[in-house]
Design a protein. Sequence first.
Length: 105
Amino acid sequence: MAREDGEPFDLGSVLEGSIKDLQAENPTVEVDYHPAETNVTVDKLLVTVFTHAIENAMVHNDTENPRVTIESSLHNGIVHVTIADNGPGISEHELPFCLKGWNHY
């Protein structure tokens, strides 16, 4: 369900668009995308959330063969999106700063 101030977006289109745009900027990153086998609409805010998460997984992956895996699935009426990479992860001392910008939502 979309918020009153925006139209819903198709989750598959959001993820595919983010992957395409970010992979063009990061061509050395291998991306595996496994979409849900259902149509799901998401709020406009999630476009930004997913784009930032995918970008972070690509840009901050300093391994020799960077890889990002994105999966979406539907279980018991709940959509799950997983974004994983083979990079070093976020250090514990940086975690509080990662969430700080979202406190105003």
